[in-house]
Design a protein around this ligand. Structure first.
Ligand SMILES: NC(=O)c1ccc[n+]([C@@H]2O[C@H](COP(=O)([O-])OP(=O)(O)OC[C@H]3O[C@@H](n4cnc5c(N)ncnc54)[C@H](OP(=O)(O)O)[C@@H]3O)[C@@H](O)[C@H]2O)c1
Length: 274
């Protein structure tokens, strides 16, 4: 697997996501994901599973330096001290003294963006966080975050799948050397059923899910997250580095994008999207 280099961060192109994964599922499936080869793990304070992630990583015997671990600060961590304390709490649960990447989970918060970016920078200087980034940011907010931050912003983690055109966000990221981390690549179950993706997959001996994951990681500076609590799908989702999609196939997949393709849009958290 290749890594994506973004403003000093080297991020494995495929990560294991843990959203909607209760701790008992993390304890069961994450050890298997590590056996399959996943080394990039994505969690968040709001997933309420950081302790299980920490337990599995700690027990795995894999060197800490060989894991790329991301967590995200939830929007209700308001005020400098509360924000910093929440990250200390995450580190304690994760059984580590640093995360590789710390993200602001959503742009909306009662704590001003400048103060949240300031706190991210402080944590980075303190060595508790190797890299900092954002999630669910529009292009305008990406530019604002970059402008407010001393340290580089290394990624914007956003919804991205074949039904959602994210060219503007990817273009904005490219301006400042940022990467894009794609979530929801299965588009709530639509991707594995998609006839176009299935047909492309059949040409390569791959499934529609593998085609979508491959399509993401084959784009410059795009990292893909994949979540499954189903053991049999782990190897499927990991085996995307032994084939390549042709230019025509990439374009065919991009053409699946629809104006109403966005799925994740919580009104109280979301920005005005591009
Ligand atoms: N920053 C944010 O706001 C944000 C938002 C959403 C997600 N994320 C991150 O991105 C990760 C990925 O997003 P996601 O959790 O929505 O997952 P996803 O990768 O789009 O997968 C979602 C669903 O697809 C199913 N699936 C997975 N692989 C499959 C396959 N090969 N064939 C058929 N179905 C398959 C899984 O079901 P089973 O588990 O039952 O197998 C899962 O419920 C999250 O876990 C999280 O880490 C971040």
């Amino acid at each position: 697997m290749h890594s994506v280099s973004a403003n000093g961060a080297n991020i494995p192109a495929l990560g294991f996501g843990t959203f909607r994964m209760p701790e008992e599922d993390v304890l069961r499936i994450l050890p298997e994901a590590l056996k399959v080869g996943f080394r990039h793990v994505d969690t968040a304070q709001i997933y309420k599973n950081e302790a299980a992630v920490g337990e599995v990583l700690h027990a795995s015997g894999i060197r800490r330096a060989d894991i790329f671990l991301t967590t995200k600060v939830w929007v209700d961590r308001v005020g400098h001290e509360a924000f910093l304390a929440s990250v200390d709490e995450s580190l304690a649960k994760l059984k580590t003294d640093y995360v590789d990447l710390l993200l602001l989970h959503w742009p909306q918060s009662e704590m001003p963006l400048a103060d949240r970016i300031g706190a991210l920078n402080e944590l980075r200087w303190a060595g508790k966080v190797r890299n900092i980034g954002v999630s669910n940011f529009s292009t305008a907010l990406m530019a604002e975050a970059v402008q407010l931050s001393d340290a580089p912003i290394v990624t914007n983690q956003v919804e991205y799948h074949p039904y959602l055109d994210q060219r503007k966000v990817i273009g904005e990221a490219a301006k400042t050397g940022m990467s894009i981390t794609a979530y929801y690549l299965m588009a709530d179950g639509k991707v594995p059923q998609d006839p176009v993706l299935r047909e492309i997959g059949a040409r390569h001996g791959k499934t529609a899910a593998q085609v979508a994951l491959r399509w993401a990681v084959q784009q410059k500076d795009v990292i893909a997250l994949s979540k499954t609590a189903t053991e049999s799908r782990l190897a499927e989702n990991f085996d995307i580095f032994d084939f390549a999609l042709g230019e025509g196939e990439m374009a065919e997949i991009h053409r699946l994008a629809r104006p109403d393709g966005r799925i994740v849009n919580p009104g109280h958290l979301a920005p005005e999207w591009d």
